[in-house]
Design a protein around this ligand. Structure first.
Ligand SMILES: [Zn+2]
Length: 273
């Protein structure tokens, strides 16, 4: 009898300690996935509503679109942009005019009147707030995420990250070269890492996703034109990537930046981190 009691107690202790150990090592995403990613599409390009929306629907994936609100496509096809939100995609804030720091390398294309170096902190704050009002009129939502145009964080020489942090659930940061991925615990929710492919093929896209899965972390891809426009990724490469994600749904959770960072935030709060 004593032996049986001892055995039962030992088993309970073993179960508790091993399950504690497990929660510390493996972050649990919904549906048991061990990694997560957001597909994001920047600048309000026609290929987003004409190509990306329909192909995401075919594979049943939800993404985050960051339309520049002065993009002519929004005026020309407002109903299609609204439909993205109705279909469950996120419309994130990417400002009205997409101001960038003209002083940056390769930034000669930035118009003088959209030069973030010449903005004041008040001007960028007002532009971002106006974009929120515009997006609210489109989707009726007051919670969303932000993506820094050109991954530039300074307006008139002052960081506007604190303002962004006060207004948004989270923000997508650096994009450009294929970044080193961060450990999940090192991810700053107001500078979520990203990689912006530019004429890359399916193999590169899949390799990046495999790295996210391997490291059991979270990252994002910043797309621009799909089969058209600038920093293009072909329709074929884009669809092959979706097929890869489709066959790995049990390993990697694909969601909007809003969904994933809300989940991550609540888990961090529960764990007191
Ligand atoms: Zn952009």
């Amino acid at each position: 009898m004593i032996n049986l009691k001892f055995l039962t107690t030992s088993l309970i202790i073993f179960a508790i300690t091993s399950s504690c150990g497990q929660t510390k090592e493996v972050f649990e995403w919904p549906n048991g996935a061990q990694s997560a990613m957001s597909l994001t599409y920047d600048d309000g390009l026609p290929s987003h509503i004409n190509t990306v929306g329909p192909i995401l629907e075919k594979y049943n994936f939800k993404a985050t679109f960051y339309p520049t609100l002065s993009s002519p496509s929004l005026y020309d096809d407002m109903d299609k942009w609204k439909k993205l939100a109705i279909d469950g995609h996120e419309l994130g804030n990417h400002t009205v005019y997409h101001p960038c720091q003209k002083s940056g390398i390769g930034m000669e294309w930035v118009k003088d009147y959209h030069d973030l170096d010449k903005y004041t902190s008040e001007e960028i704050a007002e532009e971002i707030s106006l974009a929120n009002t515009f997006l609210f009129a489109m989707d009726g939502k007051k919670t969303r995420t932000f993506a820094y145009p050109c991954s530039h964080y300074f307006a008139g020489g002052k960081s506007y990250v604190d303002f962004v942090s006060s207004q948004f659930l989270s923000a997508r940061g650096s994009s450009g070269e294929q970044n080193e991925l961060l450990k999940l615990s090192d991810i700053d929710l107001y500078n979520v890492p990203s990689w912006a492919p530019n004429n890359h093929g399916a193999d590169d896209l899949i390799l990046y996703i495999e790295k996210i899965m391997e490291l059991k972390t979270f990252s994002t891809i910043t797309f621009h034109g799909i089969g058209a426009e600038h920093m293009t990724v072909s329709k074929e490469a884009h669809e092959k990537m979706l097929q890869f994600l489709d066959s790995n749904r049990d390993k990697i959770w694909v969601g909007t930046l809003e969904e994933i960072t809300a989940y991550l935030k609540s888990k961090r709060m529960n764990e007191g981190k």
